[in-house]
Design a protein around this ligand. Sequence first.
Ligand SMILES: C[C@H](N)C(=O)N[C@@H](CCCCN)C(=O)O
Length: 717
Amino acid sequence: MPDSKMDETKKKKKKTAECCGYPISIFFIVVNEFCERFSYYGMRAVLVLYFRYFLLWDDDLATSIYHAFVALCYLTPILGAIIADSWLGKFKTIIYLSIVYAVGQVVMAVSTIHDITDANRDGTPDNFTLHIALSMLGLVLIALGTGGIKPCVAAFGGDQFQEHQSRQLNTFFSVFYLCINAGSLLSTLITPVLRAQECGIHTQQQCYPLAFGVPAALMVVSLVVFIAGSGMYTKTAPEGNIMGSVCKCIWFALNNRFRHRSDIYPKREHWMDWAEEKYDKLLIAQIKMVLKVLFLYIPLPMFWTLFDQKGSRWTLQATTMTGDFGGFVLQPDQMQTVNPILILTLVPIMDRIIFPLIKKCGLNFSPLKRMTVGMLFAATAFIAAALVQMEIDKTLPNFPSSSESQLKVVNMHSESLIVTVPSQEPLLIGSFESSPDYITFDQQDIRLAFNTTPEINKDLSLIKGSRQTLIIPSEPAEMYLKEDIKSKPKEGKNAVRFVNGWTAYLNITNLESSLQPSETSNYTLVSQGMRKFTLTDGIQSCEFSRKFGFGSSYTFLIPSDLFSTDCESIKEIEDMQPNSVHMALQIPQYFLITTGEVMFSVTGLQFSYSQAPKNMKSVLQAGWLCTNAVGNIIVLIVAELGKLPKQWAEYVLFASLLVAVSIIFSIMAYFYTYIDPAEIEAEILKQQETDPDKKKKKETLEMEEKENEQEIKQTKI
Ligand SMILES: C[C@H](N)C(=O)N[C@@H](CCCCN)C(=O)O
C-alpha cells in the first residue's frame, strides 16, 4: 500500500476504549488465542495415539500422517495472509476461517466415536474407511483454519494499538506468546486425561470423542469470544495484494533480466534491479530485504524437523516407559506439557537474566548467533533421546525375529514334569509353574518329550516370528499351543489372560466370555494401577486384585482349590516385564529442546519482524511459518527413506543432520548484515522525491506495454 494511503488509515483509526493504557479489545484477542491454542494443541496431543490405537496404523504411518498434518498447518498461513491482505481483511478472515476450523474439530471428534460403525458391538469400528475419511476431512479443515488465521490474529492484535502505545504493544506480544503456551499447557494436561477415560454406548473404550470434543468446544468458545469483541475492534481495510505485487515484481525482474542477457547490456548491482523499468525503487528495495531474509531461512526447516517430533516419536517413546511419579501417574501424551511449562519459566529467565548477563560479559550474542546455538541445543536433545532409547531397548524383551519362533511351557498338571526340548538341557517344570523364559528356535518343527507315564512325545509346528505357550492341562495328553503377544501392549497398558485349572466353567470380569475347564482366555488389556477381577462359577465367587505397572503381560493360572483359598492360590507367570525406564528420563531432552526453542523460535520471530519492511511483515511471517511446514515434510522423507532398524540410530541421524545444518547456517549468518528497514525506506522515499523522471518513466513503460499487447492482438486477428 502506498505510504500516503497508509497514513490515512492511521489517521482514521478511531479512538478505542482503554484500560490501564491498553485497548480493551485486545482482551478478546488474547482470550481468543488462548482458546484456539488450547483447541489446537489439545487435539495434537492425542492425535498420534488416535492414529496408532484407534485407526490401528503402525508407528511409521502414524508419525508420517501426523507430520503431514503439521506441515499443512504451516503451509496454509500463506493462504490466510493473501485472503486477509487482498480480499476480506483480517477481521472477516479470522471469523470465516475460525468457522471452518470449528467445523473441522467437530468432524474430527465425530470420527472418533467407535459406536457409529460398531454394528457387532465388539468395541472396534467395523468401517475403518468411514472413520479415516472423516478424520482426514476434519484434519484438512483444521489445518486450513488454524494456519489461515495464524498470520492474522497477532497482526490484528497489533492493529488495535495507537502510535503512542508502543510500550504496551511490546507487552501485548509477550502476553500473547505466554497465552499460547498457557493454552498449550492446559490442553496437553487435560486432553490425555480425557482420552484415558472409558466411554461408549455399546462398549466402553478409550474416550477419544471427549479428548477431541473438548478442543472442538474450545474452538467454538474462541470464535464466540472473538465475535463478542466485534464492536470494539479497530478494523483496518485490506492493504492490497502485497504478495501478488511481490510475485509480479520478481517475475518481471527475472523476465527482464532474461530478455537483456546479452553482454551488450550493462550489468546491474542486483538481479532485482532489472525491475526498475516498471516498479517503484521502494518496492524493489523492500523485496531485496525480504529475499535476503528468506535466503537465510533455507537451513531453518531442519530445526522444526527435530522440534516437532516431540509430538510423535517422543510420545511413542514415552509409551514404553513408566509414568508412576509416586503421588501421581503421568500418561505418555502428557509428557509434552513439559515444553510449555519450561517455556513459561525459561522465556522470562532468558530475557531478564541470561541474555543481559551475556551482554554484560561483553559478548555479542546477536539474534542469528542465538538461533545457531538454539539449533545445537535441539541436536543435543536428540542425543539425549537416543541415550534414553538405548536404556529402553535394554529392558525390552528379546522378541523373535521373522525367522525365529519362541516357546514357553506352562504346567497345569498336578505333578512336576521333565520336558526334553531340542538342543536344550531337560527342563524341570513344577506344578502350576512355567519354563523360566521363552526358548528361541530357528526351526518351526520341533519334538518335545515329557516324562509322564506313559511318556508323551509331542510334535509341534511353531509359527515363524511368533511367541507361543504350550499349556499342559491336568490331562497332559490334551496339551495345546496358545499364541502370545509379541510386542509391548499398546498405550502402556498391561495384557493379562487366565488359564482355567478349576473343574467347571468360570466367569471372570473383563473377559469377553466364560472360560471352560483347562481353557486359556484371550488377552484383555488393563490400565496401570490396582485392578480387581471377580471369578465365579455361578455358585461360588472370589476376588483377585493386583497392582499393574506399564506395558507388562501376565498369564494367571487358576488352581483347583480356587474358592477354598479365596482366590489367593492364583499363580502368576510374567510373560513380559513392566516398563522400567522412568518417563522422568525424558525431562533432559525436553529441557534441551525447549532451551533451543527459546533461542531459535522466539528470536527467529523477533528477527523476522525486525528485518521486514513494514508492509511485508505478513509476507515474512508466512515465510517463517513455511520453514515449519518444510521441517515436517523432511521428517516424512527421512523417516521413509531412512527406515533405520533401531530408533536410537534415527535420533542420532537427526541430531547429526541438524549439527551439519547449523554449521552451514552459522556461515550464512556470518555474511548477513543487519538492517533497519525503516531507515532504508525513508532514504529511498527521499531519493524518489528528487527524481522527477520516475513517474514519466513508469508511464512510458505502461504505454509501451499496452501498445505491445495491441500489436499482439492485431497479429492474431
Ligand atoms: C507451545 C509452543 N511452545 C509454542 O510456543 N508454540 C508457538 C510457536 C510455534 C512456532 C512454530 N513455528 C505457537 O504459536 O503455537
